[in-house]
Write a new protein. Structure first.
Length: 190
């Protein structure tokens, strides 16, 4: 099984990093595309270096590498996740502007009818953002802003991130125990 992971420069690089960690733990082959701004955001927001993040993946590519296998529909994979997904990347995908490997791989994922999951990061959302999300949702793209759930009574930021990561794995059809599922938690209502 192969999963493609894109990390853009939006705030929330830890979502992509955590996804890569979990996929590595599960023994799943990953193909990471890191944008130039993602490298900067990783350095600003996390304890990781871009090189350490790239080492989590089975294969890593720069966003400018349009000759990479991921740019072709003949490259088979189980799905693609962009975590986080900037509004620029969202707009590029929505309008078919494949100017880098992240947007080209997303375009190919849509045309090949494979799961594409976008952890969109922006707030508040304006009408342009919403229209781009709606356009892609109508094509079957999963629009998944990393909105935390609180019914599991998280104690740490890591628990919130793992809950979201587990939901991403669910959408990819990958079994995991990261999600505290509704109705399976003792003392849900206090």
């Amino acid at each position: 099984m192969r999963i493609v992971v894109g990390i853009t420069g939006a705030s929330g690089a830890i979502y992509g990093i955590t996804l890569l960690e979990q996929l590595k733990f599960l023994g799943i082959e990953t193909h990471l595309i890191l944008s130039p701004w993602a490298a900067k955001t990783i350095a600003l927001e996390t304890r990781w270096t871009p090189e350490e993040v790239m080492a989590l993946a089975s294969h890593s590519y720069t966003a400018s590498d349009l000759s990479a296998p991921l740019a072709s529909g003949s490259f088979l994979h189980r799905g693609m996740v962009i975590a986080p997904c900037s509004m620029k990347t969202l707009a590029s995908i929505a309008w078919g502007y494949s100017d880098n490997l992240i947007t080209r791989a997303a375009d190919v994922t849509i045309k090949e009818k494979r799961p594409l999951i976008l952890l969109t990061r922006e707030t508040p959302l304006n009408a342009i953002h919403l229209e781009n999300m709606l356009k892609l949702a109508r094509l079957g793209v999963f629009i998944m802003p990393p909105v935390p759930s609180f019914y599991q009574h998280p104690q740490t930021i890591e628990e919130l991130i793992l809950q979201t990561t587990g939901r991403v794995l669910d959408l990819l059809g990958i079994e995991n125990n990261l999600v505290k599922r509704w109705g399976e938690i003792d003392n849900l209502i206090r």
